[in-house]
Each structure stands twice: as C-alpha cells, then as structure tokens.
Design a protein around this ligand. Structure first.
Ligand code: DHB
Ligand code: FE
Length: 280
C-alpha cells in the first residue's frame, strides 16, 4: 500500500533561484528564509519518499492566458524546467510516474473533477525552486513527480473550497493506489504578495498567520472566503495559497501534525513561509 508521509509547503519566489545559484544562502538578506529548510531536508532524508505530488501554479510557461485550465494533472514521462522570463538558469528535469498520474486522473474524473490531462508539460520556478530548496545537493531528483497545476492567475479562479475538495479527491486516489511508494505532498506559492497595480508590495502578516494556524487542523476556515476576498486579504498573487489548501486536502482527514514553521518578510515582494506537516 502506498503511504502518504506528510507534506511541505513553501513560497516559490523566482529570486530564491538566483540566490541558490549565487550561493547566497548565508547572506543576511537570505539567511532567515533558507534557515527554514534544514528541518524539511532532515525529514525527507529520514523518510526518503519515492514520489512527490506537487500542487503549484504555472506562470505563463506551460499555459498562457489564451489557454488556461482550472486544474491540470501531468501524466508525462519527463517534466523539463524552463525559465518563463526571470533570467534563471535551467534546473534539473523531473522523471514522471505516468501510471500513478493516470490512476489519479481516472479517480478524479470519476469523482467529477474534469481535469486537463498533460502528457507533455514544462514546469516553471514554482515547481523547481521548492525541490532545489528541499534537495540542495541532489545530482538528480531522488523521487518521481506528479505535478498538479491550479489556475491562480487568470480569472475566474477556482474557489478555495473547490481546491480543498480537489486535494481530498487526490487523497482518495492515492489511498486506492496499489503501489508500495512513499508519497510526499507539496504545496507551493504565497504567502501574501502582490506584484502589480496600486497595491504592489502589499503583504498581510495577520492573514498569513491565520492561514498557517489553520492549515493543519482547520483548513476549512481559510475556505470560508471567496477568491476575491482572499485576494483582498493576501494580494493578487497571495491567492497562490489555493495550492497550499489543495495540498493540505491531499494529506487526508486524519490529523496532520505541524512539526515546523518558518516565516520571513520580505523575500522580493513576498511574505515567505515554509511549513512541514506530518501524517505518518
Ligand atoms: C514573486 C513571487 C511569486 O510568487 C512569483 O511567482 C514571482 C515573483 C516575487 O515576490 O518577486
Ligand atoms: Fe508565484
């Protein structure tokens, strides 16, 4: 039986990729953020998961505004990273797990989530950077990937309630998978930030704390708000919290223990956070 060991959640600001490439982890600007990762690394080192199911949002690399699926599940053999315009170097490619992807897709569609299936898929900074943070010394990724992209970019966005339900349906699919893999769930993006418009630079530590405090035991509390209200509280890109909510759903209904949290403002324009929830 496959086993879900838990999940980690992290911001995915592109500038983090630049800091990794330059080796700036100990610089005063970056240290408070990178200091959030050793507990995640130690946990992964001890648990050695075989597969990552990663909820993230694409930023115009694989999907652009002309074609924008609400929910898209990767079912490719390989996922290459490309840079959608930040000047970042290319990060490592990921091996897929098409059999598990198709199992998840079949279960989701059976559950009336009409997802887009992607047999070829590029991944951007929102997926690569969280892996670079968690496996900084890896020559190749030690686990396979099932990417699930949620539209947090082009309106209308799915509701938080629907994203939690999607994650819960992914959990049911993983629970019915007959493989022996250990699975880690990942949610990327957030926390509060706004890159554009009159409120550019907006962050909201009170709302971020509410989201972090709710994630393990009461994610439904975050789902009371409409996406418009979440944007009002967390900024137009802070709505990436939808990825965290779906990832929390994929951990299942059994209690999740929060074993680590880090929060630091700012990284670029973003209130940057890292959390670890364990279920095993
Ligand atoms: C920034 C944050 C993001 O989530 C993103 O996708 C791009 C840029 C930032 O703060 O610079
Ligand atoms: Fe983003």
């Amino acid at each position: 039986m496959a086993r879900i060991i838990g999940g980690y959640f992290t911001s995915h600001v592109p500038a983090i990729g630049g800091a990794i490439v330059r080796g700036d982890q100990e610089e005063p600007y970056w240290k408070p953020f990178f200091d959030g990762f050793p507990p995640v690394r130690e946990w992964l080192e001890a648990e050695r998961p075989d597969v990552a199911v990663c909820f993230y949002n694409d930023h115009g690399l694989n999907f652009f505004l002309d074609k924008m699926p609400t929910f898209a599940v990767g079912a490719a053999h390989e996922y290459r990273n490309e840079d959608e315009g930040w000047g970042l170097p290319l990060f490592k490619s990921f091996a897929g797990h098409p059999d598990l992807s198709w199992h998840i897709i079949e279960q989701l569609v059976g559950d009336e989530f009409d997802v887009t299936t992607c047999q070829s898929m590029l991944v951007d900074h929102a997926l690569s950077i969280p892996f670079e943070l968690a496996y900084p010394d890896a020559q190749e990724w030690p686990l396979k990937l099932v990417p699930i992209a949620i539209n947090t970019v082009q309106y209308p966005l799915p509701s938080a309630k629907r994203c939690l339900a999607l994650g819960q349906a992914v959990h049911r699919a993983l629970a019915s998978w007959q493989g022996a893999e250990k699975i880690v769930v990942i949610g990327t993006g957030g926390l509060s930030h706004q890159l554009d418009g009159e409120r550019a630079g907006f962050v909201n530590p009170d709302y971020d704390r509410f989201c972090m405090d709710s994630l393990a035991a009461n994610p439904e509390a975050i789902c009371v708000d409409s996406t418009k209200e979440i944007v009002r509280k967390s900024g137009s890109q802070g709505v990436e919290i939808l990825n965290w909510i779906a990832a929390r759903g994929a951990l299942g209904a059994a209690p999740a223990r929060e074993t680590h949290r880090n929060y630091h403002i700012p990284i670029s324009n973003t209130a940057a956070a890292t959390m670890l929830l364990e279920t095993a």
